[in-house]
Design a protein around this ligand. Structure first.
Ligand SMILES: [Zn+2]
Length: 58
């Protein structure tokens, strides 16, 4: 995949277990919408666990 911003070849990297495309030139970062959702849902889940631990709900 080429960077939509500068046209440079992008690198595939892992971010919290999901693949993202990162441009080494302009530091642009792009990933598919469903991957973004997966990441956000994981974040939400860990936040939920965080509160459960605080309030001792387990
Ligand atoms: Zn770029």
């Amino acid at each position: 995949m080429r960077c939509p911003r500068c046209g440079n070849e992008m690198r595939t990297e892992q971010l919290e277990g999901i693949e993202i495309e990162r441009c080494p030139v302009c530091a642009g970062m792009f990933f598919e919408y469903n991957k973004l959702q997966t990441l956000l849902m994981r974040k939400q889940e860990s936040r939920f666990k965080f509160y459960r631990n605080i309030f001792g709900l387990d």
